[in-house]
Design a protein around this ligand. Structure first.
Ligand code: FNR
Length: 347
């Protein structure tokens, strides 16, 4: 197996067995304003929505997680079955390992086999894009017959992981070239440190179709890499950066100033968080860790988790008088605490 491939397996194992979350995404500081007279029928509420010209069953997006090691195949199979069953959008994990070694493609191709109709997002790191160009992006999309590609940015992880790439020069140009030439929508995605208003403008200026916030406050790569490197000086480095990043709610407020579709990911832990994210300007709410654990267990466990999220989303919609996701976008929120301070005090 390759280094990339075995790293994928390490990550899944650590995420399932150890505490890998850090900080606060800000959802605890957000309240949806209650509507005591909602004048709608909860059972008639529509959670369906649209994203990049596709109809989806709900704003719950299955965030990029895995693939590239044979042990990840069953997890991807279950995630894909849930995507197909509930008509959810789904991102696969970084396809780098399978682009390096095509015999590892099976854990990715299973996703399209199990989800023939789902909105699927290919995934490639911006460093791999810079180094291998549009050809790898094309192969990544073709591998799973994807509708879009997510280019992930993860400078924090690159900086603290033993095999990380420390040179981020040339990435913006590579992104601009891809957006100009590629025939599929490009989504730029962080993986836990969030995106600022300025970075969002750069991304939109490069021509990307959408932004996935990947904010601080959920799964922490500083924490995962600290656990992987335990005992070494890189573990101390991971420790020092445990609180680095823009919390998802704060990042959402920043990114929406740049316009364009948004996926809010990072620390969403309930259907209420999805409702809050939509009210704050997101088009979809992405979840990784909360779906990974049930997906490691069984199809039934994953279905139960998805249905619980949908139930909470529906009740939150009812209690804000929102008959549709379009209505929910206009729901009012109160923002308090550290989240409010960060929003008001940025300079
Ligand atoms: C991830 N994430 C991720 N993102 C990405 O763009 N490419 C990838 O390969 C991976 N791999 C990956 C593996 C595992 C095990 C996890 C838990 C996560 C990041 C993910 O898509 C998401 O942005 C963050 O995990 C934040 O969301 P949660 O976990 O707080 O809901």
């Amino acid at each position: 197996e390759t280094a990339t491939s075995s790293r994928k397996r390490d990550h899944l194992q650590i995420c399932c067995e150890q505490p890998v979350e850090a900080g606060n995404a800000g959802f605890g500081d957000v309240r949806l304003v209650h509507n005591a007279l909602p004048e709608c029928d909860m059972d008639a509420i529509e959670t369906k929505t649209r994203f990049l010209d596709r109809a989806l069953g709900s704003p719950l997006f299955i965030a990029a997680m895995t693939g590239g090691h044979p042990d990840t195949l069953e997890v991807n199979r279950r995630l894909a079955r849930a995507a197909e069953r509930y008509n959810l959008g789904m991102g696969v994990g970084s396809q780098r390992a399978a682009l390096e070694k095509p015999e590892l493609e099976g854990s990715f191709t299973v996703v399209r086999e199990e989800a023939p109709h789902a909105f699927l997002c290919a995934n490639l790191g911006i460093i791999q894009l810079r180094d291998h160009g549009i050809e790898w992006a094309e192969r990544a999309v073709e591998m799973i017959d994807a509708q879009a590609i997510a280019i992930h940015v993860n400078s924090l992880q690159e900086a603290i992981q033993p095999e990380g790439d420390h040179n981020a020069e040339g990435c913006i140009e590579a992104l601009r070239d891809l957006c100009k030439e590629f025939s599929y929508p490009v989504i730029v995605k962080e993986t836990g440190s969030g995106i600022s208003a300025g970075t969002a403008r750069v991304i939109r200026g490069a021509g990307a179709s959408a932004i996935d916030i990947g904010g601080y406050g959920g799964t922490s790569w500083a924490k995962i890499e600290r656990l992987r490197a335990s005992g070494s000086e890189l573990a101390d480095l991971g420790e020092a950066f445990l609180s680095w990043g823009i919390p998802t709610v704060v990042s959402l407020r920043e990114v929406r100033t740049a316009g364009g579709p948004i996926i809010a990911t990072g620390g969403l832990r309930s259907g209420i968080d999805i409702a809050k994210a939509v009210a704050l300007g997101a088009d979809l709410g992405g979840m990784a860790l909360p779906l990974l654990k049930p997906a490691m267990e069984s199809d039934d466990a994953l279905s139960l988790a998805v249905e619980a999220m949908h139930r909470e989303l529906r009740v939150a919609m009812f209690l804000t008088g929102s008959r549709s996701i379009a209505d929910l976008r206009h729901a009012r929120t109160y923002i308090t605490g550290l989240t409010r301070q960060m929003i008001e005090n940025s300079d």
